[in-house]
Ligand binder design. Sequence first.
Ligand code: PRP
Ligand code: URA
Length: 211
Amino acid sequence: MNNEKITILDHPLLKHKISMLRDKNTGTNEFRKIVSEIAMLMGYEAFRDLPTENVTIETPIETTEAPVLAGRKMAVVPILRAGLGMVDGILDLVPTAKVGHIGLYRDEETHEPHEYYCKLPTPISERTIVVTDPMLATGGSASAAINFIKQHGGKNIKFLCIIAAPEGLERLAKDHPDIQIYVAQLDRELNENAYICPGLGDAGDRIFGTK
Ligand code: PRP
Ligand code: URA
């Protein structure tokens, strides 16, 4: 694994919020709100390396040179459905970001990802691309989504997930050693149905209140 490119976040606020997500008694409304808050906290950490440039600003006291986010624009690309839950938290931080979508679902038997939708802002090659999905289980969906983005010319890619299984993290880092991966919580393992343990269940169903 390319550890330099992997960041496992460690913060009491994240831990607290993830514990709330894990609780099966947390309802849809609260679950959705917490996912968004976690995405914002993750973005704060993941965007540390965004370049800045100085502009001239008049404060009420004097004229000064002050840093603002520079040149490179951002695209947030949620993996549908569950990744959608993280978009608003990122947009709260960077409201000028464009939003693309990649639709993938996992076959319930084989656990292989199937694409049903892909629409990305163009040109994508100059943008910092922030791929969101709360769950990294086998890693199949994230790896396929990043393949699509690269096929469309995407280069500078950050993947943000709330909970990862060791198996998925290893696979994603192996398939895409060039991307930066941010994980808020590394869980124990996958079960026989490729669900993350202890995990939080089906993130899409819990965000959208389905099933
Ligand atoms: C979930 C999750 C990831 C994927 C992770 O989506 O949001 O996209 O599974 O599993 P993997 O790492 O083994 O590929 P799901 O396919 O259930 O679709 P949904 O978001 O529409 O519920
Ligand atoms: N997808 C989910 O939503 N949860 C898991 O635990 C695994 C895949």
